[in-house]
Design a protein around this ligand. Structure first.
Ligand code: GUN
Length: 296
């Protein structure tokens, strides 16, 4: 079994990005600027946006989080999105999901200028991804592809099962894995809450990706020997021995499944850190497109 070290890979990518940023700033350019918007104070979302800001700064970017009250109206958020769209000092921004129930998520995502949509959630970028045109790939699936490629895990002609069909992970990843591209060319099956007998599918799979948010969902008797496991789940389970009273686990029963797997991502330290690294990669791309090209 080989452990896929997302933490180290993300660090490598961050170092590579920093070198690029240092090169640009040495030429007299401003660094790339990334903004995250958080509505409300959900603890997990607060942790994520703070991590994004911290990691961005480590890679030499400038970055800030805009914290908005839980009661912020849809109209107010749309106004902020519009302001960020028009601010040339900002290369890319994200609105952290989920949003409070009174705000229509789709309306907000549609309002983000596609050229600043470093999450790749705008329908234009989703369309570009599907058509394999230049655009932004959503950070978590992009990070999973990057891990597959850097670890040289064969995907061509392999049977892959993606469990989960969310806009953020499952759906885009299922498309990317099936496309003619490095890390692609797999035969992909998408399983979800309405799938009958998931085991039947996963037992036959060479690659299983879990993205459902259910602790320890994938058990050893559901996979075959030599399977590649990518776990995109992050779940809090009670643990009285930890200062916070909980620990983070994935969707996979790691201790048992890892005995059968040829490659496996741990949680934490697998897919999670890659999401931020790829968000930074997208931000650099936005900076090159929006700022550098206009300057040169
Ligand atoms: N919530 C969970 N993952 C993500 C992400 O990648 N981007 C945004 N904007 N919200 C999220």
């Amino acid at each position: 079994m080989k452990l896929i070290d997302g933490k180290k890979t993300a660090q490598d990518i961050s170092n590579e990005l920093k070198q690029e940023v240092d090169k640009y700033t040495a030429q007299g350019h401003r660094p790339p600027h990334l903004v995250a918007v958080l509505v409300g104070n959900d603890p997990a979302s607060t942790y994520y946006v703070r991590s994004k800001e911290k990691k961005a700064k480590k890679a030499g970017y400038t970055s800030e989080v805009i914290y908005l009250d839980e009661k912020t109206s849809e109209q107010e958020l749309l106004q902020l999105v519009n302001q960020l769209n028009n601010d040339t000092a900002i290369d890319g921004f994200i609105v952290q999901l989920p949003l409070p129930k009174h705000i229509d998520e789709h309306k907000i995502l549609m309002a983000i200028a596609p050229e600043k949509d470093i999450d790749g959630f705008h329908p234009e970028n989703i369309g570009r991804m599907v058509a394999q045109l230049p655009g932004f790939l959503p950070a978590t699936p992009y990070g999973i592809l990057e891990l597959i490629n850097r670890y040289q895990i064969p995907t061509e002609g392999k049977k892959a099962v993606v469990i989960g069909r969310s806009l953020i992970v499952g759906r885009p990843l299922s498309i990317l894995l099936s496309q003619k591209r490095p890390g692609g060319n797999a035969s992909v099956c998408v399983a979800h809450s309405r799938t009958k007998n998931i085991s039947e599918l996963t037992k036959d799979a060479d690659i299983v990706v879990t993205a459902i948010g259910k602790a320890h969902f994938l058990k050893a008797d559901m996979v075959k020997d030599g399977v590649v496991i990518i776990d995109a789940g992050i779940n809090e389970v009670p643990d009285s021995t930890r200062p916070k009273g909980y620990k983070l686990v994935g969707d996979v029963d790691f201790d048992e499944v890892s005995k059968k797997a040829s490659y496996i991502t741990p949680v934490p330290g697998g897919v999670g850190p890659m999401t931020i690294a790829m968000l930074l990669k997208n931000t650099l791309q936005a900076y090159e497109n929006n700022y550098l090209k206009k300057k040169n």
